[in-house]
Design a protein. Structure first.
Ligand SMILES: [Zn+2]
Length: 529
């Protein structure tokens, strides 16, 4: 066989494996007839970190037909016919679950940056923008992806579907249409509702509207994942209270996406913010949060502009009629956010330059450059506005899980480094928690939050979503200069029992499927796969 044939046959085998891993009982026999079954394999002598937080132990793990069938000591009889994989000195953990990721699932279907960190399930459709459900359900159900996907229904997307656009004067009929759209998306398999309250559609929304949208979630134990209305130090408390109120009034679980306090300093400030969440829990509310372990955020340039210069208002009119006011706002806002050197453009024609560098190059004040050359919607940027000590304090909180907020097209390293970075910090004793706790925050905590009952832990009967890594070598390598450098030290990642990533080897397997949430609060695999 030529190299090309070998690789295409490898990928065929992998696809067949994926097909079987995703097969429902009805289609299983047909798929088996069409090709050989998914490989059985036994990983031997690994350090097992099972995701529950309990101490690591040495052991073996046997996989057949996409599920873990034995764990601990596996004898030769049980492992008959299974490929043996020697894993002395390596850590075997449940595949990681990222509750907040970004990217086009068809353009970047492999999502290699995630697989290279051992991430086996990613959530898409966050911050209010999502695929359209149920309209796109069939397309996702038929898709083959590197990791498994779960999808949120995005509030901004639903607003478009329901004909509300960016209006803030919604009436009873609008709310009824929105509510029906949420119901339809959940019935099609959405795992929850995402809000982006700092973005245009979210900014236009009232408490009444948000509660209406969240209500259908309560009956399904689904949750609202929220990019808060503001993450700024001065406004975070009221923004959190808004989310907590949505939860109380609707009965739905609430979740803070990418927890941070922009420009807030020190451990104490983070502790104060966490105390607001703890207080809500003490009142019986169910509240969760995720975090990426970096001190720069990344989003559209829009958030530097005043509300009256953003949609639905005309930017041209704002610039023309209120120019002096606009320039003053931009100057003050950027200076308050650590100045123009702390804004690093990540898209558009000046990608890779800071606002300070660009202003110097164009020989104009930075606020003028922003107003004239970088209007809302024109670019995204990384903003170095978070304090390391505050971030580390959030990271240590036992209720905070790790999510990247990253993806293949972002000029921020978090999509290629968040999970590996947390492993490295824990292994070096710098995280303030153990490797076992790191794996809990990376796997079982997010899996439980998403109600992924068959994933996130190593146990007999669970789906074989697995990561095998070298504790000496595992680390993130992506940087702001090279945001798409793969992490190192992950030796192999399996998705649904299929080898989906092997360090140093090209692998074309797309073993992941869209995991739909069903009415029964259980996750089912796509019908007919
Ligand atoms: Zn966000």
């Amino acid at each position: 066989m030529s190299e090309r044939e070998r690789s295409s046959s490898r990928s065929r085998v992998a696809r067949v494996g994926a097909l079987l891993a995703c097969a429902s009982l009805a289609s299983f026999a047909a798929a088996q007839e069409a090709a050989s079954p998914a490989r059985a394999f036994c990983i031997r002598g690994a350090t097992l970190v099972d995701g529950s937080g309990s101490p690591a132990r040495r052991g073996d793990l046997l996989v057949r037909e996409g599920r873990i069938v034995a764990l601990g000591e596996v004898d030769d009889v049980a492992a008959r016919g299974a490929e043996s994989i020697e894993a002395e000195g390596l850590v075997l953990a449940p595949g990681f679950v990222d509750v907040h990721a970004h990217g086009d699932a068809f353009e970047h279907a492999r999502f290699e940056g995630f697989l290279a960190q051992g991430v086996t399930t990613i959530a898409l459709g966050l911050d209010g923008g999502s695929p359209r459900l149920p309209e796109e359900a069939e397309r996702y159900a038929a898709g083959e992806f590197g990791p498994n996907l779960v999808l949120f229904a995005g509030h901004a997307t639903l607003r478009t579907t329901a004909g509300c656009g960016l209006r803030s004067d919604l009436g009873a009929e609008d709310l009824a249409r929105l509510s029906a759209a949420v119901e339809a998306a959940l019935a099609a398999g959405a795992v929850g509702l995402s809000l982006g309250l700092e973005y245009d559609a979210g900014r236009a929304s009232s408490m009444d509207e948000l509660v209406t949208c969240a209500k259908p979630l309560a009956a399904r134990d689904a949750f609202v994942a929220c990019h808060l209305r503001s993450e700024d130090d001065a406004a975070i408390a009221s923004a959190l209270q808004e989310l907590l109120s949505i939860g109380r009034a609707s009965g739905a679980r609430v979740h803070v996406s990418h927890l941070k306090v922009v420009l807030g300093r020190g451990e104490e400030r983070a502790t104060e913010v966490l105390a607001l969440l703890d207080a809500a829990r003490a009142q019986g509310q169910r509240v969760s949060a995720d975090l990426y372990p970096y001190t720069a955020s990344y989003t559209g340039i829009d958030l530097l502009f005043p509300a009256w210069a953003r949609p639905p208002h005309s930017y041209g009119a704002a610039l023309h009629e209120r120019r002096a006011e606009l320039l003053a706002h931009l100057k003050e806002r950027v200076n308050a956010r650590n100045g123009p050197a702390a804004t690093l453009l990540g898209s558009g024609k000046w990608k890779g330059k800071t606002l300070e560098e660009l202003a110097r190059e164009l020989e104009r004040p930075f606020e003028e450059v922003l107003a004239e050359d970088l209007p809302p919607g024109s670019a995204s940027a990384a903003y170095f506005v978070m304090d390391e000590r505050a971030m580390r304090r959030f990271l240590r909180d036992p209720e905070v899980m790790i999510a990247s907020d990253g993806g293949p097209s972002l000029a921020h390293p978090r999509g290629y480094g968040s999970q590996a970075r947390v492993l490295r910090l824990a292994l070096d004793g710098e995280a303030g928690f153990t490797l076992e706790e790191a794996v809990r925050k990376l796997a079982s905590l997010p899996a439980a939050t998403l109600r992924l009952r068959e994933r996130g832990v190593l146990r007999v009967g669970a789906r074989a979503d697995l990561v095998l890594f070298d504790p000496q070598r595992v680390r993130d390598r992506a940087s702001f200069e090279e945001p798409r450098r793969l992490a190192e030290g992950v030796r192999a990642t399996w998705v649904n029992g299929v080898l989906a990533y092997e360090e140093g080897h090209a692998n074309d397997a797309r073993a992941g499927c869209w995991l739909r949430a069903t009415d029964a609060l259980e996750f089912s695999l796509p019908a007919g796969r």
